[in-house]
Design a protein around this ligand. Sequence first.
Ligand code: NAP
Length: 430
Amino acid sequence: MRTIKAGMLGIGNVGTGTYKTLQMNRKHIQDTAGVDIEIVKILNRRPHVDRGIDVDPSVYVQDVDLILNDPEIEVVIELIGGVEPATTYMAQALKNGKHVVTANKAALAENGKMLSKLAEENHVMLRFEASVGGGIPIIKPLTGPLYSNQIEEILGIVNGTTNYILTQMTDNGSDYDAVLKDAQEKGFAEADPSGDVEGHDVANKLAVLMSLVFGMDVPPSKIPTEGITAINKVDISYATQFGCKIKLIAAAKKVGNAVECDVQPTLIPVSHPLATVSNEFNAIFVTGNAVDDLMFYGKDAGPLPTGSAVVGDLIEVASAIEKNCAFDIQPLLRYDSDLEFLGEGSNQYYVRFEVEDRPGILGAISSTLGRYEIGIESMMQSSQSKQAEGLATLVFIFYETGRSVLDQALEELKSKSFVKSVESVIRVQK
Ligand SMILES: NC(=O)c1ccc[n+]([C@@H]2O[C@H](COP(=O)([O-])OP(=O)(O)OC[C@H]3O[C@@H](n4cnc5c(N)ncnc54)[C@H](OP(=O)(O)O)[C@@H]3O)[C@@H](O)[C@H]2O)c1
């Protein structure tokens, strides 16, 4: 059996998980896939650090060129993360005729088009199953079995940190700051959680999914993105009373010849399968025009779940090399569609107002909304918490409307003396 030699860049969480998965299952992979894979060099800028893996120290190198230019290495596994220098390293590996396996959604979201083109030009494979959904197989189903469908909509809970925080706030009534601290202590949130809680990690993953599903090149900065930092216990409590949970959802939907997309906290009915996805678990809900609804569920993070996806890609690449057909396998990312990019489209919205507690206010709000053709599906009123201040809380769920129309209506309402504030605006997914 031929041994396919790989070089790995980075030996952090996913690097160690990948190395362990390969060590744990090497014999099983040989028996079942008929290929042998060996990681012969690892770029490790701090070789003195104990990574908790059983590795011969001679495997560690500090000069990336020793991997990128090694003629024996056929596959480069990029697990550094971030846009640079990861993109430059992957580009060089592809130019040098090496296959690339990566978990890096940030680099793919920014530079996927360039990297795919390089892979195609150099007749090598670029694989990235771990980049979206971590251990959840989603790239392969979308780019294999589901090619038989036109995908109509994709909805994802694709960030474990934010889902853990929202679940704890919902189930235990905890405060955002306390749960974030707890998540950091348990290793579910990074020391600097901004990329997660502000939604940028999710936008990167949605950009990758939109390329796979709709063939669109959408820079993540163009995706309307809102994180979970403004979500509070009051809105979670009203959402519960409306029979919903609040989840951070990546959404992309085909509407005629265009695609609407955004990343934002969303009220989702408890009967929806995504509402059952709790804590660090993630799920991607896909609707195809033949297969109907599907949900892919599992752990999106962690060394071994993510290592499982990386090694799965490695096996696919190694098998293709062994069968001498890797040159014939096209990049999976596509940028060939003429679909129009629309950003945030029409949705139902939850809006919470603080208003003066006196008769006639509801009618005045309804008539302003009516001029913008915004209909009210449900409403709740409470004057308990701020009665002493002469204020009442009004909470609405509106029928579907465009975000810009809603924003105009809310601006007009904010200018009325009886509206003290618009406290929250949250998308509703039915
Ligand atoms: N963590 C997850 O569960 C998960 C899930 C899915 C996808 N991913 C993706 O997997 C990738 C790796 O994530 P991770 O969690 O393993 O990150 P990590 O724990 O921070 O590991 C990154 C590794 O790369 C090394 N590194 C960083 N910059 C480098 C540079 N300029 N030159 C050489 N080495 C460098 C780090 O070195 P030091 O150790 O010396 O700092 C570390 O070994 C990212 O693209 C991430 O988005 C992660």
